[in-house]
Design a protein. Structure first.
Length: 165
């Protein structure tokens, strides 16, 4: 009976054009698309997947998550959420060592697409954030609740709000 009701609801949703949005985490990505002024971009989007940041031998940092990892250059901007329209229930970032420029609990939106996170958790156990930690995201983004814990490390600035640039 429950299966039939679920199938009926799904059928009605498809017929009516109702979109069913999932807030499930997705595989993290690195956006290296140049900015309009040709400045290089190194923006890592965790896409709601819990990540850990550690220093890489020889320079840069390694970002790990269950089932994967990625090496990025020092100075990369880290987003716990997604990019332009990707929203997630949670973001969890742990930094143990290395250097990044920014850490955002949320995502990066655009004028037409928000990128939201319900709950962001950022824990700094070491390393260097050369610019800022933001509890929120960038541009059109929202984070309902943010928890930032700093146990060690060097941080230029901590900001509880999102940044618009």
């Amino acid at each position: 009976m429950v299966k039939k009701l679920c199938l009926i609801f799904l059928f009605i949703a498809i017929i009516c054009g109702i979109s069913i949005v999932s807030n499930a985490a997705e595989t993290p990505i690195l956006d290296t698309t140049p900015y309009p002024n040709s400045e290089p971009r190194n923006d890592f989007f965790a896409n709601g997947t819990p990540i850990t940041i550690t220093e890489k031998v020889g320079g840069g940092v390694t970002i790990t998550w269950t089932g994967g990892s990625m090496d990025v250059v020092s100075g990369t901007r880290i987003f716990g959420g997604g990019n332009e329209g990707k929203s997630y229930t949670t973001s969890n970032i742990v930094m143990n060592s290395g250097t990044v420029s920014h850490i955002y609990g949320g995502g990066r939106g655009s004028v037409s697409q928000t990128s939201n996170v319900d709950t962001a958790n950022i824990t700094i156990n070491g390393g260097t954030i050369s610019k800022s930690i933001y509890g929120g995201g960038a541009l059109s983004s929202r984070v309902k609740n943010t928890k930032i814990v700093v146990n060690a490390g060097q941080i230029a600035n901590i900001n509880g709000r999102r940044i618009s640039f």
